[in-house]
Design a protein around this ligand. Structure first.
Ligand code: LRH
Length: 462
């Protein structure tokens, strides 16, 4: 994506889009990270001359390098099964409650911490000298410089959200060597410049600085929520739905842990207090199973299905792995004594209702647990295009939804670079600029929230 930023101007154009296809090999599910790097180079070539480059990506995953800086094996996909049963081993050393109090991260089997413990007993090369999270790895290949960007580091479960530094005690008790990680850097820090070979390959003229951004895509997306004031919740929708609040300080209570809320770090020392919800992954996997039918027709069919006939728990890690999604959803409905959705339209409706319900729960729980009330829910990311999901989310939350921008992560990325280069002011000004320049759609809640509360009770009782 190429951004153009000025005092009264903010524009994003797509230079190049490429697929990110995980590959299943005999040893498990892997990322094709060289194909991603090739896509980045193609993107730079298509973008033409730029003043700065920044990289963000999904969280938690990493590549390992040897002493010469060469990549050791393909990065393992967070949906790979290698972390099964690992949490219990970790908790035997550091009890779950202590781990939460120290790191503030919700339990997810794929947090880097569990992956690192799993890797010890698996086939990962043992002679790694360095670990780079995915955006830091791509940035290293572009520049030759290594760093660990803080917002993404906060998803490893090895960072203390109060000190915004490593959680040395947790790492020591689990035998994780923190010297594997390159020094921490903050969004906005310089991260090197494109190497001469990269300039040659892409046809750009140097120097082209690379700027650290909020390299966790969700942190970039939250930075680009076009909110005014502080009384807002956000839902970053895409493969995942990340729903929660922007806070000044983490919430590390036992209640918060029990509710599975996470305290990831955001721009300018903020805390992203949110819950991971399976998101449109549920639909993407069904669409794949159905042979890629037309999405518009599917959503139209879903709109015609009666509301809230059956719902599943869209926060359930049982939906994490790929494969057999329509069957798994049907099984969950059957097991909870609800009507089993049959047609693709019915399954799609079940997914959208379930997502809206999970959004409602997250927005409601976050406000209660953080003691921070909101008047509006901002929806950003791919789900902005899904009008039915936005409307159902407004209905379920009983709050207006303001939807947009779709490419929030790219906007957040570009705005942090622009700020580092003196083109925009603080976070509030970034948000005002977004609000002034980007088309947003407002959805008012329809009816009262009674049917949603009933569905929630049904699910809780199941
Ligand atoms: C979304 C995301 C999310 C993480 C998940 C692994 O792309 O970064 O915030 O929890 O991927």
């Amino acid at each position: 994506m190429v951004g153009r930023v000025g005092r009264h101007e903010l524009e994003l154009t797509e230079a190049h889009r490429f697929a990110n296809r995980p590959v299943r090999v005999p040893e498990g599910l892997r990322w094709d990270v060289l194909a991603l790097y090739a896509g980045v180079l193609d993107g730079l070539r298509a973008a033409g001359q730029v003043d700065s480059v920044g990289i963000d990506s999904w969280a938690v995953d990493y590549g390992l390098l040897d002493a010469d800086g060469a990549l050791l094996g393909n990065p393992v996909h967070y949906r790979d099964g290698r972390t099964e049963g690992v949490a219990e081993k970790v908790w035997a050393n550091v009890p779950a409650a202590e781990l939460y109090a120290a790191t503030g991260l919700q339990y997810a089997p794929f947090n880097t911490l569990y992956q690192l413990v799993a890797a010890r007993s698996s086939d990962q090369p043992g002679h790694a000298e360095r670990l780079l999270l995915i955006p830091d790895l791509l940035s290293y290949w572009l520049t030759g410089e290594q760093g660990t960007e803080l917002t993404n580091a906060s998803t490893t479960q090895l960072v203390d959200p109060r000190t915004r530094d490593w959680s040395y005690d947790v790492a020591a008790r689990l035998g994780i060597d923190l010297s594997l990680f390159a020094p921490l850097r903050q969004p906005g820090d310089p991260a090197g410049a494109l190497r001469p070979e990269v300039l040659d390959e892409t046809g750009l003229t140097g120097p082209v600085p690379v700027t650290a951004v909020a390299s966790h895509d969700t942190a970039s997306a939250v930075a680009a929520v076009p909110a005014s004031g502080e009384r807002f919740a956000y839902i970053c929708t895409g493969t995942w739905s990340l729903a929660g609040l922007e806070l000044d300080a983490p919430v590390l209570t036992e209640e918060s842990r029990a509710a599975n809320f996470t305290n990831e770090l955001g721009l300018d020392g903020t805390v992203r207090y949110l819950r991971n919800i399976m998101g449109l992954w549920l639909l993407q996997e069904c669409v794949r199973a159905w042979g890629e039918p037309d999405l518009g027709e599917l959503l139209q069919a879903a709109a015609g299905v009666p509301a809230l006939r059956s719902v599943v728990d869209a926060g359930d890690a049982a939906f994490l792995a790929p494969g057999r999604m329509p069957e798994r959803i049907a099984e969950a409905c059957r097991a909870s004594g609800q009507p089993v959705p049959e047609s693709p339209g019915e399954v799609t409706r079940c997914i959208l209702d379930s997502l809206a319900l999970a959004h409602r729960r997250a927005v409601e729980d976050a406000q209660r647990l953080a003691g921070h009330d909101v008047d509006v829910v901002h929806v950003v990311g791919g789900g902005v295009r899904n009008a039915l999901l936005c409307q159902l989310t407004a209905d379920a939350c009983g709050l207006p939804v303001v939807a947009g921008p779709t490419e929030a992560a790219a906007f957040g990325n570009v705005l942090v670079q622009a700020r580092a280069h003196g083109l925009v002011g603080d976070r509030a000004e970034m948000r005002r600029l977004l609000g002034r320049t980007q088309p947003l759609t407002r959805y008012e809640p329809r009816g009262d929230t009674a049917p949603w509360r009933a569905a929630q009770a049904r699910l809780a009782g199941a």
